[in-house]
Design a protein around this ligand. Structure first.
Ligand code: TYM
Length: 325
């Protein structure tokens, strides 16, 4: 039997470069490896754990599927689906919640950050976020999860839940590992923290034009004189250069920097151009797919059928082991 892969992205808006480099690139790599069966979802139920607009969520569910297809996920190879359409995720999350302590969830850095960001929104759903994520993964008995490094604490919880379920009830959940990419952590363009949708000015959208990309890359804070330790905005710039430029060009800029002769405008222009060249075909494909609503509907419908088949089998097993059927 093939090993399984599961990943998801919240439907908070259009994808940014961090999502693409940290998650989608790994998703594509695994999809093209015949050793794996891949399932990729839109984590719409995780989107409601922080304040949101229902109308926008409804639109974004499909927008993420379109982004997936445009970036290179292929429904002939991967199962693409919408999380909330597979009710087994929520049922399993509830069963899992019976073996997870409240204290463990309250101590997670991801939970603390969100509470700080939205103090009026300290809800049960937010506290339960990692338990639902564990259910997303384990309902398919996935072994590998392509996500950015920020998701590692959630994978640790997933492994703990798998172990505890196996010990307590004799289930056979795997202990899933993160599949990482060279872009597993993309810093903010502001030179501090990570690239994030919730921080204005920190990100590049996959749909940005060359002018927008140039403007955003130019805004990365850099010193006027090059040389010295590579930190802050300069570090961000060199990471993007490493990920998008030819190795020889990257080395040339780095050497110039250390010699103190680098003109930041040159590396910024080169990086902006290279990012756009990678995004351009994705943008072109996106506008074609966006016109074909029926096709997108079909992809999601087929995806839900496949996902449901696997998920309902796992639920049957878990309910039997737990004395619920
Ligand atoms: P979300 O929507 O916050 O992020 C989606 C993916 O993008 C990655 N990512 C980054 N990678 C590198 N650098 C960055 N600056 C950056 N910002 C975001 C995230 O690591 C993630 O891979 N909890 C998940 C959604 C989810 C999920 C799942 C994922 C729900 N259930 C089951 C895997 C398996 C999340 O926060 O996505």
């Amino acid at each position: 039997m093939k090993k399984r892969v599961l990943s998801g992205i919240r439907a908070t808006g259009r994808l940014h470069l961090g999502n693409y480099l940290g998650a989608v690139k790994g998703m594509i790599e695994l999809q093209n490896n015949s050793e794996y069966e891949c399932l990729y979802m839109v984590a719409d139920a995780h989107t409601i754990t922080t304040p949101y607009n229902p109308q926008e969520l409804k639109t974004n569910q499909k927008e993420i599927i379109i982004d997936y297809l445009a970036a290179g996920l292929n429904p002939e190879k991967s199962t693409l689906f919408i999380q909330s359409q597979i009710s087994e995720h929520f049922e399993l999350a509830y069963y899992f919640s019976s073996i997870v302590s409240i204290a463990r969830m309250q101590h997670l850095p991801t939970y603390k950050e969100k509470v700080k960001q939205y103090p009026k929104n300290n809800t049960m759903a937010l506290l339960n976020y990692p338990v639902l994520m564990a259910a997303d993964i384990l309902v398919y008995k996935a072994n590998l999860v392509p996500v950015g490094i920020d998701q590692e604490p959630h994978l640790e919880v997933t492994r703990e839940i798998a172990r505890k379920m196996n010990q307590t009830y004799g289930t056979n959940f795997p202990e899933p590992k993160r599949f990482s990419t060279p872009g597993e952590y993309i810093p903010s363009l502001k030179g501090e923290g990570k690239m994030s949708k919730s921080v204005e000015g920190s990100y590049i959208n996959l749909t940005d034009s060359i002018d927008e990309i140039r403007k955003k890359i130019k805004s990365i804070p850099t010193a006027t004189i090059s040389g010295g330790p590579i930190t802050g905005g300069v570090k961000t710039l060199f990471l993007l250069a490493k990920l998008f430029l030819k190795e020889s060009d990257y080395q040339k800029f780095k050497d110039e920097y250390h010699q103190g002769i680098l003109k930041f405008v040159n590396i910024k222009n080169a990086v902006a151009e290279a990012i756009y060249q990678e995004l351009k075909p994705i943008q072109e494909k996106r506008s074609q797919i966006a016109q074909n609503k029926d096709y997108v509907e079909k992809v999601v419908k087929n995806g839900a059928e496949r996902a449901k088949t696997i998920a309902s089998q796992t639920l049957k097993e878990v309910k039997e082991k737990m004395g619920l059927r």
